[in-house]
Design a protein around this ligand. Structure first.
Ligand code: PAF
Length: 287
């Protein structure tokens, strides 16, 4: 595996690659990321006879953090990440310094449309999807992948990237990897590392609240009585009573994350974001 830190070196290492499968990350990797790397590896092995490369990027992207958020605290664990990537079939790691990716202030940005970027995560993290779309578009230009893999854990992010790729006619297949969970059901996330021991025990309640909400949405759609606002309010209240500060727990259409007003026969997804102590967690379940 080769580890490169600037664009020129990356392009030299990738020259002549018959297929490029890309997994963008911010590092501090866990099994959820490694599942995505393995998916990328399988795609390379299946699609390219030889000469295909699996590429991961590790870059904590300042553009997607608000000033009060955890950009400085975000764990940087490059050496360990590289060992994990190598053991999971990655060929090339691109770990640029900030000055390599943003040699000058990034004033040209990708602004996704309000209806996908200003709801849910975008409502509570204004500018987040501008930062994500801008860095992902830039990384796509640099890596020139044939396919890229993103986790469904960041469900809205995956949808925004898919829309960007379609609208910009980028010749990249976007694949979504399933959320990896700990034995108790907590979705793996680099931010789980911020939790204290007692918060870690409590953290699984977010996925349980979503499971209850998903079951109620399924049942209500089947029997023709689905009061979504009442179910959402009950889910929020159940977490509040346990000391959480929920931003949203909601039932949406899978394809565009638009709200649901009654019984629904289309694929749904329940999504939630809530703070436990100082740590903000997100999760979702397809219904
Ligand atoms: O999901 C992430 O880790 C980040 O949002 C991404 C896609 C690497 C962009 O910085």
């Amino acid at each position: 595996m080769q580890v490169v830190h600037n664009i020129a070196d990356l392009q030299a290492v990738l020259a002549g690659a018959s297929l490029r499968a890309f997994v963008p990350t911010m590092g501090n990797l866990h099994q959820g990321h490694l599942d995505l790397i393995q998916m990328a590896r399988q795609q390379v092995d299946a699609r390219a006879k030889s000469g295909g490369k699996t590429v991961a990027s590790i870059f904590v992207n300042r553009l997607q953090f608000a000033p009060h958020e955890d950009f400085d605290a975000y764990p940087r664990t490059l050496e360990n990440d590289c060992a994990l990537l190598e053991a999971n079939g990655c060929d090339v790691v691109f770990a640029p310094a900030e000055k390599d990716l943003y040699p000058e202030p990034q004033v040209f940005k990708v602004h996704p449309p309000t209806e996908v970027a200003d709801i849910l995560e975008g409502e509570f993290r204004p500018g987040f999807f501008v930062g994500v779309s801008t860095v992902v578009h830039k990384l796509f230009n640099i890596v020139q992948p044939n396919l890229a893999v993103f986790g469904k854990k960041d469900y809205q992010q995956l949808m925004v990237i898919r829309r960007m790729v379609t609208q910009m006619a980028l010749p990249i297949d976007i694949l979504g990897g399933e959320t990896r969970r700990a034995a108790d059901g907590l979705a793996l996330s680099s931010r789980n590392g911020y939790l204290s021991e007692s918060e870690r025990l409590e953290a699984v309640q977010l996925s349980w609240a979503l499971k209850t909400l998903a079951a109620a949405a399924r049942e209500g759609s089947a029997n023709g009585h689905l009061d979504v606002p009442a179910l959402e309010a009950a889910a929020m209240q159940s977490l509040k009573e346990r000391g959480w500060q929920p931003d949203y727990l909601t039932v949406r259409l899978q394809h565009d994350l638009s709200p649901i007003n009654g019984p629904c026969q289309q694929p749904m997804v329940v999504l939630g974001a809530a703070k436990l102590g100082k740590t903000r967690l997100i999760d979702n379940l397809e219904v």
